[in-house]
Design a protein around this ligand. Sequence first.
Ligand SMILES: [Zn+2]
Length: 198
Amino acid sequence: MEKLSFKDLRIFRTSGELQVNTYLFSLHGINYVVDPGKGIGKYVDRIKCDVIITHGHYDHIAGIRELEVDRLYISPEDSAFLREARLNLSGFFNDIVSMDISWYNIDDYFDTLLAPGHTPGSRIVVFEGVLFTGDVVFSDTVGRADLNPIPGQQRVMSKTVRTLSKIFKQFPQDWYVCPGHGDIVTLEKLFKMNPFFK
Ligand SMILES: [Zn+2]
């Protein structure tokens, strides 16, 4: 597992009022951008980077177009979201995102935890010290399951949260939970303040 220090992350709020947390860090000389929302180009001037996508929703992928992407990592289940506005929900925001872009299976290159429910292919991306939790786990709640194109995902989401709760307990509690929206907390704090993790 790759080590990543929280203090080496740069964090930007992107995608306008949707307020996505976009994370930047460098590892082994490569710039990584996690979940580039619209407007990331205002903060970083077309840097060459590898892009990690926690899940394929519009607000987490709309800024890909503003970057010089070398490799893009996403789950196979959510990869179609890049191309299909119907799946990534960009139509709701009058900004159709439909990208014909090549991608790599995130599971082959990073330590990931399967976390279906919010989308079929949501992933928790695990570094030693930092967990990128996308829209699955927030500081004080968990993600919606009713946006998933597959119906009846509430139970899947509940199971995901139960599984993650067990796994998260095994990790050092000073690791950071870096969600797609809202506050960043340590695992210790997550277990105190998030009712789904009590
Ligand atoms: Zn989402």
